[in-house]
Design a protein around this ligand. Structure first.
Ligand SMILES: NC(=O)c1ccc[n+]([C@@H]2O[C@H](COP(=O)([O-])OP(=O)(O)OC[C@H]3O[C@@H](n4cnc5c(N)ncnc54)[C@H](OP(=O)(O)O)[C@@H]3O)[C@@H](O)[C@H]2O)c1
Length: 246
């Protein structure tokens, strides 16, 4: 029996990360459950996934030592990586006209995680992604990259940078590795729960398909890129119910 394909998911204990880990496990992948802070949640998630061989692994995408350890773990324990989902992301709500509210520390943390972190994780795993190629890197982006509307100015800019990096890396790494962005609209989950309900409701009403995205919608799209959209690279797949149309 051949070994199952391998998916590495960063930020796997978050809302989208959990759904993505689950979708790949159901599809028969061995999942590397990347976590930053909550080792217990990662271990619980790994043991709850269907199939075997799922490992919780500490991955802080802003920390070179952590990514070097991930690379060593993959080389020693895993071998080829078929899919890397660069899902880890941070933000905090700051109104776009409150320029003092978006201080340098927050701006830098958003870019270090959402942009440099995705690049550095891909760099760390590139030999493994090429090993049994073509490998796939999925960047979990956002509708904010296109609309310029979202939790703060830096967050929107970081997701636009991520989509630009999708195009650059797709060109640079072809044909060994495909690179695709998946760009959700506002997700019905913990982040939306913390927002003003009137804002969330307005967003829902302004979405042609009449509801917010779910983490399962996003996971399905990521899985579709891996399983079905096999001649796609360097592009952005929206999961937004048509929100930019209105
Ligand atoms: N929620 C939405 O409405 C929405 C919409 C569009 C796009 N997205 C994108 O979807 C992705 C997942 O978001 P989510 O809604 O699932 O948020 P979430 O529940 O907050 O999950 C984010 C995950 O990223 C991890 N993370 C943060 N900094 C990290 C670092 N330096 N290294 C490794 N992991 C780190 C977090 O781990 P810790 O908890 O340990 O910090 C957490 O597991 C993000 O890229 C986000 O920008 C979300």
């Amino acid at each position: 029996m051949s070994a199952p394909p391998v998916a590495v998911v960063t930020g796997a204990t978050g809302d989208v990360g959990r759904a993505t880990a689950h979708a790949f496990a159901v599809e028969g992948y061995r999942v590397v459950v990347g976590y930053r802070r909550d080792a217990t949640a990662a271990a619980d998630l790994a043991s709850s996934l269907p199939g075997t061989g799922h490992d919780p692994v500490h991955v802080d995408v802003t920390d070179a030592a952590s990514l070097a350890a991930l690379r060593r773990y993959v080389e020693a324990q895993v071998g080829a990586v078929h899919v890397l989902v660069n899902n880890a992301g941070v933000t905090r709500y700051v109104p776009h006209d409150d320029l003092d509210g978006l201080d340098d520390a927050l701006f830098d943390r958003i870019f270090a995680t959402n942009v440099r972190g995705a690049f550095a994780t891909t760099r760390a795993l590139l030999p493994a992604l090429r090993r049994d190629g073509p490998g796939l890197v999925v960047h979990v982006s956002s509708i904010a990259a296109r609309t310029g509307q979202g939790s703060n100015v830096a967050y929107c800019a970081s997701k636009a940078a991520l989509d630009s990096m999708t195009r650059s890396l797709a060109r640079a790494l072809a044909p060994d590795v495909r690179v695709v962005s998946v760009a959700p609209g506002l997700i019905d989950g913990p982040y939306a729960d913390a927002l003003d309900p009137a804002f969330v409701d307005a967003h829902r009403r302004a979405t042609p398909l009449g509801r917010l995205a779910t983490s399962a919608d996003v996971a399905s799209a990521i899985l579709a890129v891996a399983r079905d959209l096999t001649f796609t690279t360097g592009d952005v797949l929206p999961v937004d119910g048509g929100r930019p149309l209105v």
